[in-house]
Design a protein around this ligand. Structure first.
Ligand SMILES: Nc1ncnc2c1ncn2[C@@H]1O[C@H](COP(=O)(O)OP(=O)(O)OP(=O)(O)O)[C@@H](O)[C@H]1O
Length: 798
C-alpha cells in the first residue's frame, strides 16, 4: 500500500479523578458529537478562540481505551502488517492520561498483531499465499523517554542520555537504543512493565526539578508544534494536524528465505539459458538470426539455380514440342500437297481408297493424325532400311565407329508397310492405308534413308533418328554389342506388347552410352523380334532399364523387362486411344534429352560428317562414358563419405546406393543428394560441440540399427545368420551377434563394405515399397505429366 495518508487525530477526554472531583473541578470541554468538541468554559483569555473544534474522532470520558483503540488507532497500528511504517503518539498536559491511553493502545495493537501472526501460521499456505506469501514476522521492542531533552533508554538500567544520529538510510536513529526481539505476547508484557518502573524513576526528582521539567515540556511541545507545522503548515492544537497527509510506502524487506527463493529462480533461469542458447540473451538471438539469414540466402540461391535449370529445361521442352509440332505441320502440309498432287496426277489405282480414306479424317482424329504423320515421317526411313538392310547395317556400323564417344539419343517410328517381313509389326503396318501418301515423304527423306538415319533439328540441338528395322533378320546385320554403343539400347514405349492393326507403328529407342556401376548383370541381348513377345511394361521401368548398363554392356534390363533388352523395340498402336501413350513415349525420349541437358552435359554439334545426315542436322553429344564413369564414382564416393559424416539413415543410403548406379540421368539426384548432405554437414559443424541435430541423427541411426537387428531374426534362418556373422568377422561364440552385426554395417566408406552393407540392408528392409523409398529418400521427384507432356518438378523437401 502506498500513497498519501492523512494524519488521524483523535481527542480523548479523561474523566475527572477523585481529587479533582473533591476540589469541585469540572471540565470546560464537552463532546457534542463523535467528531466535535465544544469549549464551555468562561475563561476570558479564550474569548478570541473558536469554541467548537472538529477531529477525526472525539472520545468522551466514558469511552474505554478499547474503543479508543478500535476507532482511533487500530487501522494505523496494524498497517505495519502490510509493511507500512506507522506511528501512534499522544501528547497533552501532565496527568492528562497519555500513558494510560498509550499503554492500552499498545497492548491492544500487539495483541491483534500476534493474533494475526498466529492466524497466518495456523491457516498455513492458503492464507499466506493470499495475503503475505513468503513473509516472516519479526517483532522488536524498544522504549525510550525524552525528558528534559534527554533521551534515555527505558529498557536499560544505564541512565546515560543517548545520542541522536542521522543515518543516511534509516534517518534519525537513537544510538545504542536497546532493541529486544519479542518471543511472544508474554514477553511484551514483561518489557512494558520494565518501561513503566523506569519512567516513574525519572519522576522522583526533587521538587526543584519541576520548573525545569515544565520548561522542557513546553519546549518539547513547541518543537513538536514546529515539526508538525513544518509538515503540514500549522498546528492549532490538533485541529490543523488532521489536515496533514503522509506519503506512505510499503517497506520491502526481503527475508533470507525469500531471498533464497529469488536466487534459486534466478539460477534456474540462467541454467535454462545455458541449456538453450537460442533463448538466451539478445546477443545470442542476434547471432542466431544472423546465421538463419545466411542459411536463407544460401537456400534462396540454390532455389534460384534450380528454378533457372527448370526454366531452361522447360523452354527446351517447349522448343522441342514446338519444333516437333511445326515439323509435323510442315510434313502434314507437304503430305497433303503431295497427296493432292498424287490424286491429280496419278491414276486412281489401288491406293486411291487409301487416299480417300486419308482425306476423310475428321477433327476427331486430329490428334491421331498428327501423331500418325509424325510417325509417318520416320516410317519412310524405316521402310528405306527395310529395303536396304545391308545398307542399314553398314550405316549403323559407321555411326557406331564415328560416335563411339558420343551420347546419342534418338527416336524412331518404325512403321513398315512395305516388304515381306513376317513379324506382327509388319503385318499390322501393312494395312496402313498410306502407300500413296507415304510416297512423297519417302522421296523427301531419300537422303536420310540412304544413310539409315534422320535428324529432327531444333533450335539448339537435335534428335537423331536412327532407322530401325523390325525384321529380325536384319538384326543380324546390325552392330553387335561392343561394336556399337550407339545402337545397343532400344525401348518399348508401348503399354501393349501385342501388336494390332494401326495406321502407324512406332518404336522408339534411345542410344545411351553409359558407364554402369554394376557389372554383374545380364549382358545378353535379345533379338529384336523377341521383344514383341512380352507383355506390357511400365514406362518408368523401361526408363530405368534404359540406363542400366555397365561398360558398354547391356544389363539390368532383366530387372524390369523379362527379355533382357531388345535392340529394336516397336509397338503397335491399336487405335486412337493409344496415341497419347505414344506421345508419352516420345515425350519420354525428349525428356531424356532434357535430363541430359539438365545434368549439365554439353550439347554441341558433332564433328560427324553432316553430309550423311543432311546439311542442317546435328547430333547430341555428351560427356564420354569413361569421363562420366569417373565423375560418377567420384561423386558417389563423396556422397558415401558424407553419409557417414552426417549420420544419414542407412536405409536411405542403401536405397540410394542401389538405385543410382551410374545412370547419367541420375546425375541430378546425385547432385541434390550431395548438396543436401553438404548442407547438413555444415550445420553439424556449426557449433563447437555436438548440437541437437547431431544428437538426434545419432539417436535415429541407433534406432534404425535396432530395427535391423530385430529384422535379422525374421529374415534369416540361423545358418544364414551364421554365414553372415562369419562374413562380417563376428565370432560365432560371442554374444549378441546380431547386435554386433547391426552395429557394423554401413560404418565404413570402403566400397566393398558399402556394397555388402547395402545388400544386407536391402534384404532386411525388402518390405519397403520402392517408390515410397525413393520418395522419402530424395525428397525430389520428377514426374511426367502425360496430359500436357510437361515435365513437372516436385520438391517434397530437401
Ligand atoms: N481515561 C482514564 N480513565 C481513568 N483513569 C485515567 C484515565 N486517563 C488517565 N487516568 C489516570 O490518570 C492518572 C494520570 O494518567 P497518566 O499518568 O497516564 O497521565 P500522563 O499524561 O501520562 O502524565 P505524565 O505526562 O505526567 O506522564 C493516572 O493515575 C491514570 O490512571
Amino acid at each position: 500500500m502506498a500513497g498519501e495518508e492523512r494524519i488521524v487525530v483523535s481527542v480523548r477526554l479523561r474523566p475527572v479523578n477523585a481529587r479533582e472531583a473533591e476540589r469541585g473541578d469540572g471540565t470546560d470541554w464537552e463532546c457534542t458529537g463523535p467528531t466535535t468538541l465544544m469549549f464551555r468554559g468562561t475563561i476570558p483569555e479564550r474569548a478570541m478562540f473558536p469554541a467548537a473544534y472538529a477531529y477525526d474522532r472525539v472520545f468522551n470520558p466514558e469511552c474505554s481505551t478499547r474503543q479508543v483503540y478500535e476507532e482511533g488507532a487500530k487501522r494505523v497500528a496494524l498497517s505495519v502488517l502490510s509493511g507500512i511504517n506507522s506511528s501512534v503518539f499522544a501528547y497533552g498536559q501532565t496527568s492528562s492520561g497519555k500513558t494510560y491511553t498509550m499503554v492500552g493502545i499498545t497492548e491492544h495493537s500487539m495483541s491483534d498483531i500476534y493474533d494475526y501472526i498466529e492466524k497466518v501460521r495456523a491457516e498455513g499456505v492458503l492464507f499466506s499465499s493470499l495475503q503475505h506469501p513468503e513473509r516472516e514476522f519479526i517483532l522488536k521492542f524498544s522504549a525510550m523517554e525524552i525528558y528534559n531533552e534527554a533521551v534515555r533508554d527505558l529498557l536499560s538500567s544505564d541512565a546515560t542520555p543517548l545520542r541522536l544520529l542521522d543515518d543516511p538510510e534509516k534517518g534519525t536513529v537513537v544510538e545504542k537504543l536497546t532493541e529486544e526481539t519479542l518471543r511472544d505476547k508474554g514477553h511484551l508484557l514483561e518489557l512494558l512493565a520494565v518501561c513503566e518502573g523506569s519512567e516513574r524513576a525519572s519522576q522522583t526528582a526533587a521538587a526543584g526539578m519541576r520548573l525545569k521539567e515544565g520548561s522542557h515540556i513546553n519546549r518539547s511541545l513547541l518543537t513538536l508544534g514546529k515539526v508538525i507545522r513544518q509538515l503540514r503548515n500549522t498546528l492549532l492544537f490538533a485541529n490543523c494536524a488532521k489536515d496533514g497527509v503522509t506519503d506512505a510506502h510499503v517497506n520491502v524487506v526481503m527475508s533470507d528465505k525469500a531471498l533464497v527463493k529469488h536466487l534459486q529462480r534466478e539460477l534456474a533461469r540462467l541454467e535454462n539459458e545455458l541449456k538453450f542458447p537460442g533463448s538466451a540473451s539478445c546477443s545470442n538471438h542476434a547471432e542466431a538470426l544472423k546465421e538463419k539469414d545466411e542459411l536463407i540466402k544460401q537456400l534462396e540461391q540454390q532455389l534460384k539455380e534450380l528454378m533457372e535449370q527448370k526454366d531452361t529445361v522447360q523452354s527446351q521442352l517447349d522448343s522441342f514440342r514446338r519444333v516437333a509440332s511445326e515439323g509435323y505441320i510442315d510434313e502434314c502440309a507437304a503430305r497433303r500437297r503431295d497427296e493432292r498432287w498424287s490424286s491429280e496426277s496419278l491414276p486412281h489405282n489401288a491406293s486411291e481408297s487409301a487416299l480417300s480414306s486419308f482425306d476423310t479424317y475428321d477433327a476427331a482424329y486430329e490428334d491421331q493424325d498428327d501423331f500418325g504423320s509424325r510417325t509417318l515421317y520416320a516410317s519412310q526411313v524405316c521402310n528405306g532400311h527395310h529395303h536396304n538392310p545391308e545398307l542399314y547395317a553398314e550405316a549403323a556400323k559407321q555411326e557406331c565407329q564415328q560416335t563411339m564417344e558420343e551420347h546419342t539419343v534418338s527416336t524412331l517410328d518404325a512403321t513398315s508397310n512395305h516388304g515381306s517381313e513376317s513379324t506382327d509389326t509388319y503385318q499390322a503396318n501393312k494395312e496402313v492405308p498410306s502407300e500413296a501418301s507415304e510416297e512423297p515423304a519417302r522421296k523427301s527423306n531419300a537422303n536420310q534413308e540412304k544413310h539409315g538415319e534422320t535428324t529432327i533439328s531444333t533450335a539448339d540441338n537435335a534428335i537423331q533418328l536412327y532407322t530401325c528395322d523390325c525384321d529380325s533378320s536384319s538384326d543380324t546385320e546390325k552392330p553387335k554389342t561392343g561394336e556399337s554403343l550407339a545402337l545397343k539400347r532400344c525401348v518399348v514405349s508401348s503399354r501393349d506388347g501385342v501388336l494390332s492393326r494401326s495406321r502407324s507403328c512406332k518404336a522408339s529407342f534411345m542410344v545411351i552410352p553409359n558407364s554402369w556401376f554394376d557389372d554383374s548383370l545380364d549382358m545378353n541381348m535379345t533379338p529384336p523380334g523377341e521383344i514383341f513377345k512380352y507383355g506390357p511394361r511400365k514406362p518408368e521401368m523401361v526408363r530405368r532399364s534404359l540406363y542400366a548398363e555397365n561398360g558398354g554392356h547391356q544389363n539390368d534390363l532383366s530387372m524390369y523387362c523379362p527379355v533382357g533388352s531388345g535392340r529394336v523395340a516397336s509397338d503397335g498402336v491399336a487405335d486412337k486411344s493409344t496415341c497419347s501413350f505414344e506421345e508419352e513415349g516420345l515425350t519420354n525420349d525428349i525428356s531424356r534429352i532434357i535430363e541430359h541437358k539438365l545434368n549439365g552435359l554439353s550439347i554441341s554439334p558433332t564433328e560427324k560428317n553432316d553430309e550423311d545426315v543432311g546439311a542442317d542436322s546435328s547430333v547430341t553429344t555428351v560427356e564420354s562414358p569413361s569421363r562420366w564413369s569417373i565423375s560418377f564414382e567420384k561423386k558417389q564416393k563423396e556422397i558415401i563419405e558424407l553419409w557417414q559424416e552426417c549420420n544419414v539413415s542407412i536405409v536411405h543410403r542403401t536405397y540410394f546406393f542401389l538405385l543410382f548406379k551410374g545412370d547419367k540421368a541420375d546425375n541430378i539426384y546425385l547432385e541434390v543428394e550431395h548438396r543436401r548432405l553438404s548442407f547438413i554437414k555444415s550445420s553439424f559443424s556449426a557449433g563447437a560441440e555436438p548440437n541437437a541435430t547431431v544428437t538426434s541423427s545419432l539417436r535415429n541411426l541407433r534406432s534404425e540399427r535396432d530395427m535391423l537387428y530385430k529384422h535379422m531374426l525374421k529374415k534369416f534362418h540361423l545358418p544364414e545368420r551364421e554365414s553372415l556373422y562369419t562374413k562380417w568377422g563376428i565370432d560365432l561364440n560371442s554374444k549378441q551377434r546380431r547386435l554386433q552385426l547391426s552395429r557394423r554395417i554401413w560404418t565404413q566408406t570402403e566400397m566393398e563394405h558399402v556394397r555388402e552393407s547395402a545388400a544386407l540392408v536391402a534384404k532386411l528392409v525388402e518390405h519397403l515399397e520402392r517408390g515410397q523409398a525413393i520418395k522419402e529418400m530424395f525428397g525430389l521427384s520428377f514426374t511426367l505429366n502425360t496430359r500436357d507432356d510437361r515435365r513437372s518438378f516436385n520438391w517434397a523437401g530437401a
